[in-house]
Design a protein. Structure first.
Lengths: 68, 688
């Protein structure tokens, strides 16, 4: 995408982030940001481990009820 | 100045809405443009959200941003995440909108576009959106607890357990009826069946990509998944025309039913990342994209409504489903007007992501209004079709016969003139061998969508593509729902069995898992199978059983909301939930009792059972049964349906009793007795 225009690029990234949340997609960057705030200095999951865990949490648990 | 501008804006919306309704009401004798219908709906939604939604927020519930929400209190970056309100609105909408709002309105179109439209609009504003909003409120103030837990907390343990049994029963019926919709759409349709079958390997490929090749890259996997799906649709035509592959993909209803049952059992036993997750993402993208495209399409094409405002079938003699407008319209259109199932979402993931209480009207109330808009588009898509085509697709063979010539004759005799050539021409346009007896909503909606999208993009030549795209779009999320629903049903069954025999409740035990999965699939599979062999086409019995169940759940959720309002000492505003509760109880109980006891075998389960068992005793075989044994099976199936329906009715009555008892007790108290988490509850670290 337009890497030259920083503002546009950031807005594009924010838009992608919002879409990921709407569709419940794993968002590694959001996880990293969250971990940096809540558990600074502690080890974080790799992208692979995070993805595995995010899918498992969304679909594997008791939740996942969706409508007709 | 700002106030004046706001007033002028809302007055303008009110005027546009009133003009649209005038166009609908005054267009007697001539066809009305669908744009008026959709615009009237949009204006109702805007006004309802701005005024009624805010009234509930400020006066009835008194939302308070000083209270911490569960998302903020437990923020763990995974389940509990404070989320931007627009993002959560989208997330909530994606979770609540499924096949329901697309199927019910299409079936109800047999009574004309007006009864269904009015019920969708009035129902959503006064019942559906209120339910979703207040359940979200109740759950958020109780740490995001689920509906069953909330009922247990506020009404007591017995009603809590009863509600869970009800939820499981509805879940089973929903899975069966959704699977039946797919069966009806794919019977003798090699093109459709091939594209749906192709989604399985595509999902597996995506799953492996997301897990092994590029972990977590859902977007990339979805893009190539969508491309492969489109290729599957295009390629499906060649499969259908191939002399070897065409017959291989041409299956009967019972064969597809068995395929669905086996698919459900296998899919629900696979790891979630392999098939469920990729397909769910795929179907969510398609769902949101298609709904947006349909809305645009209606405004671009501006089709005329070919269906009359009201047809003669309000008297209960309709071929699609039997029974009078009251109460059957109100249970046929469940999702889109009011859907009990939403109370499970509003008390599930959504309250765990809510950042502030003041976001609730947008997410709970407006989220439901948006689903209602989907229902409105579904009814529009069904009503832009020639009524003759609509009835040819939706009436069972027992009523209109099984050839275009017979169907055209019967349907024309109802006053909807149609020629056999017109029926075969539509089938040819959409690339199918027949359009007869395709009840269940999906195919009708698909033809309507193909009509709208085809006119906007690609013309006649693209009709077949858009038809199969629409079938794929619906079947995709129905199959996802079957997979996910079977898993949820399995957990619920294990939860219950665990009380009887501990090891069966162990969700980590493979044998216990498989047993519960088999039980769940067996239950919905049984209803599916009997729906497929049902003499009246199955939709007539199963969709209404589902409607009764779903509205019953809505009644239970609204009883909970009413009880909570009373316990909060807001009895002044209790009409907000009491009025829709009363309406739902009246319609559901009337419909439930009629479905069981009505003397007309087209409506009453017992009457149909007696008809078949009596004939069997006399040694007479009634179509479509081919032997005495089949006759007895039809009779037995209808006894079971009667029992399920009766159980729903008793469940509602029991919940009424418990709610009334709790309410009267709370009225005698001088202080609020609702069990909210105190507003001063310390954030972070706090658990139970």
């Amino acid at each position: 995408m337009s890497g030259s225009d920083n503002g546009t690029f950031q807005r594009w990234q924010a838009f992608c982030g919002a879409c990921r949340q709407v569709f419940g997609m794993p968002d590694y960057d959001r996880y990293l940001a969250h971990a940096a705030v809540t558990h600074p200095g502690q080890p974080v999951m790799t992208r692979e481990a995070y993805a595995v865990q995010a899918i498992e949490r969304r679909y594997g648990g008791k939740g996942g009820a969706r409508c007709c | 100045m700002k106030a004046i501008r706001s007033f002028a804006g809302w007055a303008a919306i009110a005027v546009v809405g009133a003009l649209s309704f005038a166009a609908l009401a005054l267009g007697r004798g001539q066809s009305v443009n669908a744009v008026w219908l959709v615009t009237a709906g949009l204006c109702v939604y805007l006004i309802a959200y701005r005024f009624y939604g805010q009234f509930i927020a400020h006066r009835v519930l008194r939302l308070d941003d000083a209270r911490t929400t569960p998302a903020v209190r437990h923020n763990d970056g995974m389940d509990y995440v404070p989320t931007n309100k627009w993002v959560l609105y989208g997330h909530h909408f994606a979770a609540i909108a499924g096949a329901g709002p697309l199927v019910g309105p299409v079936l109800a179109a047999q009574m004309g576009f007006l009864p269904g439209t009015l019920w969708i609009l009035v129902g959503v504003v006064l019942a559906g959106a209120v339910q979703d909003f207040i359940v979200l409120f109740v759950s958020t103030r109780r740490d995001g607890k689920s509906l069953g837990q909330l009922i247990r907390m506020e009404l007591g343990p017995v009603p809590g357990s009863l509600a869970l049994v009800g939820v499981l029963a509805i879940m089973i019926i929903i899975l069966a009826v959704l699977a039946l919709v797919v069966v009806k759409a794919l019977t003798s349709s090699p093109w459709g069946l091939f594209t749906i079958a192709a989604t399985i390997p595509i999902a597996l490929l995506m799953g492996i990509y997301m897990r092994v090749i590029r972990p977590g890259r859902v977007g990339e996997a979805s893009i190539f998944g969508v491309v492969l799906l489109m290729l599957a649709i295009v390629f499906g035509r060649h499969i259908a025309e191939s002399p070897t592959w065409g017959p291989a993909f041409t299956l009967t209803g019972t064969q597809i039913a068995w395929a669905m049952i086996i698919y459900g059992a296998v899919a629900a036993s696979l790891p979630v990342w392999l098939m469920l997750a990729p397909r769910d993402y795929l179907s969510t993208f398609l769902k949101v994209g298609t709904i947006a495209a349909l809305a645009l399409g209606i405004y671009v094409v501006a089709p005329k409504l070919a269906m009359p405002a009201v047809t003669q079938f309000v008297d209960g003699t309709g071929p699609v489903f039997s029974g009078k407008l009251f109460p059957f319209l109100f249970i046929t259109i469940a999702c889109g007007a009011v859907s009990g199932f939403h109370s499970l979402i509003s008390s599930g993931t959504t309250p765990k992501m809510l950042e502030k209480e003041s976001h609730m009207p947008l997410i709970g109330f407006a989220g439901m209004l948006t689903e209602s808009f989907v229902a409105l588009m579904a009814i529009t898509a069904a009503c832009v079709l020639e009524p003759g085509i609509y009835f040819a697709m939706n009436a069972p063979a027992a009523v209109v016969g099984s050839t275009p010539a017979q169907a055209a004759q019967v349907i024309s005799s109802w006053g909807f003139t149609i020629t056999p050539e017109a029926i075969t021409q539509v089938a040819r346009d959409i690339g199918e061998s027949t359009i007869l007896a395709r009840a269940g909503g999906a195919p009708t909606l698909a033809v309507g969508m193909a009509h709208i999208l085809g006119t906007a993009l690609g013309g006649q030549a693209m009709m077949a593509f858009w038809y199969h795209f629409a079938i794929l779009f619906e079947a995709l999320f129905i199959l996802t729902a079957v997979d996910a629903g079977t898993r949820v049903g399995r957990f619920m069954i294990q939860d219950m069995l665990g009380h009887v025999y501990k090891p069966l409740g162990d969700t980590d035990n493979l044998a216990a898992n498989l047993f519960a999965t088999a039980l769940c699939v067996g239950l919905w599979g049984w209803f599916l199978y009997q729906g497929v062999v049902d003499p009246l086409g199955g939709i007539n019995s199963l969709w209404q059983l589902f409607g009764v169940g779903n509205q019953m759940l809505a009644g239970i959720a609204l009883l909970l909301c009413t009880t909570v309002l009373v316990k909060m000492k807001r009895e002044r505003y209790v009409w907000v939930t009491l009025v829709p509760t009363a309406w739902l109880l009246v319609t559901t109980l009337t419909a439930g009792v009629q479905k069981v006891f009505h003397p007309d075998p087209k409506i009453g389960f017992l009457a149909l059972a007696h008809k078949f068992s009596d004939a069997a005793e006399r040694g007479v075989v009634l179509a479509p049964a081919k032997s005495i044994a089949e006759m007895q099976r039809v009779a037995f199936n209808n006894y079971v349906d009667a029992v399920v329906c009766g159980v729903f009715v008793l469940l509602v009555l029991a919940m009424c009793f418990f709610a009334a008892r709790t309410c009267f007790k709370a009225l005698r108290e001088s202080r609020p007795t609702a069990r909210e988490i105190p507003s001063s509850f310390a954030p972070a670290g706090g658990g139970e």
